[in-house]
Ligand binder design. Structure first.
Ligand SMILES: Nc1ncnc2c1ncn2[C@@H]1O[C@H](COP(=O)(O)OP(=O)(O)O)[C@@H](O)[C@H]1O
Ligand SMILES: [Mg+2]
Length: 407
């Protein structure tokens, strides 16, 4: 698996207490009802101090009985009590940087959901213990509802953890690509790419950068719908200005060369590079650039796409670590020679997405207008026509399976 991107400063990672099997903890362990004067145990911290009071407003099976005159923030612990009784844990499906993800069943409605469990940090008084990544993820997910973006159904706070309740998606692309029985034909790749780009176009048009596009953050359900997930590194941006951000984002294998070279002023172009990597991965079945560190990532990119020079990319000399690029020497692109078996529309699109100069990459909306989608045959199949996948295939399960084979 690719090395993870260095993360923004975080509180020390607390060890996760053992998973509650079959059941979330019984509701009797919570104190309720909540009044404005209640002194709260850690598991029922009110979160008024969080700026996004809309966080808990979505109605859910678990909060139906909550009276509407109570503010959404104050009802939170009550919602929790109901939800704790409501969800049956069906097993872990994900393990990420900040927590675990479980498949769970709503006991009442039988609906299957995904619960992303993130530890609260009692030291963070200002945010009432809410981890920053969770706040960011919740805020952004609520801002950008779209058929190709995973749906956040509600939030629970329980026993020192935040649970984000999502619609359940049976697979992610890393898991699917590890399944030897799944074979994607050109019309299938086109269908997956189209949906990824629709989701990303929506994000970018709403001023959001994802900054961690990779297979395990692209989910797929059994209706063939693709949805972007994991907004833990996402950020708001202003289309008219480049922002000064950290370059320590995007998992190394999907990270564009400008970030490896230290760029801190960037925009949606960084996500488009990652999409180019994903397109190649869908076509060939394996990640395109597999560096061990930033330098070898650059070497791997430049040896396929060519080493950039000042005339093609004048701004390269402004980048902090430009000297690293110079060390690699000069080489031309070998991309067309190596991937000549791709359709001409496919080659045009992927080559544009993988432009070393970020200003030459198309936007997600422009990419959707390439001949690859609009006129080249075969056209994209419908989501429902994608190959059927038996079982659940996420990166987590595929890692567990490969551990069993190669302990
Ligand atoms: N809604 C969901 N349905 C099913 N599985 C999910 C869902 N959301 C996340 N997962 C699984 O859990 C993994 C980790 O979740 P993610 O949101 O990416 O968190 P992290 O920030 O920890 O990587 C994903 O790679 C995916 O396999
Ligand atoms: Mg993830």
């Amino acid at each position: 698996m690719p090395p993870q991107p260095p993360q923004p400063p975080q509180p020390p990672n607390p060890s996760h207490p053992s998973v509650h099997t079959n059941n979330l903890q019984p509701a009797t362990q919570l104190r309720s009802p909540i009044s404005p004067h209640t002194s709260y145990p850690q598991s029922t911290i009110p979160i008024q101090s969080i700026q996004q009071s809309q966080v808990l407003q979505q109605p859910s099976a678990g909060s139906r009985s909550v009276k509407s005159h109570v503010s959404p923030i104050e009802v939170n612990p009550v919602t929790v009590k109901k939800c704790a009784e409501l969800y049956e844990n069906l097993g872990q499906v994900g393990e990420g940087t900040y927590g675990k993800v479980y498949k769970a069943r709503n006991r009442e409605t039988k609906e299957i959901v995904a619960l992303k469990k993130i530890r609260m940090d009692p030291e963070k008084e200002k945010e009432a213990g809410f981890p920053l990544t969770a706040i960011r993820e919740i805020k952004l997910l609520q801002q950008c509802k779209h058929g190709n973006i995973v749906q956040l159904k509600e939030i629970m706070v329980f026993q020192g953890y935040v649970y984000m309740v999502f619609e359940y998606m049976a697979h992610d692309l890393t898991g699917v690509l590890a399944n030897p029985k799944v074979e994607y034909k050109p019309q299938h790749v086109k269908c997956l790419m189209k949906q990824i780009l629709e989701g990303l176009a929506h994000l970018h048009e709403n001023g959001i950068l994802h900054r961690d596009i990779k297979g395990s953050n692209i989910l797929l359900n059994n209706r063939g719908e693709v949805k972007l997930a994991d907004f833990g590194l996402a950020r708001q941006f202003d289309i008219k200005h480049k922002h000064d951000y950290t370059n320590r984002v995007i998992t190394l294998w999907y990270r564009p060369s400008e970030l490896c070279l230290g760029a801190t002023e960037y925009s949606w172009e960084v996500d488009m590079w990652s999409v180019g990597c994903i397109m190649m991965e869908l076509i060939t079945g394996k990640p395109l650039f597999q560096g061990k560190d930033e330098f070898s990532q650059l070497e791997s990119i430049f040896s396929l796409m060519g080493v950039p020079n000042k005339s093609e990319w004048p701004e390269i000399t402004d980048l902090a670590w430009y000297a690293m690029a110079k060390r690699i020497g000069s080489k031309g692109s070998r991309f067309r020679e190596q991937y000549g078996m791709l359709s001409s529309g496919g080659l045009d699109l992927v080559e544009a997405l993988l432009s070393i100069n970020p200003s030459k990459r198309p936007s997600a909306r422009e990419a959707l207008n390439y001949a690859y989608f609009t006129s080249e045959m075969p056209s994209a199949c419908l989501p429902a026509e994608l190959p059927e996948i038996l079982g659940d295939w996420h990166e987590y399960e595929s890692k567990q399976k490969s551990k069993k084979v190669n302990p």
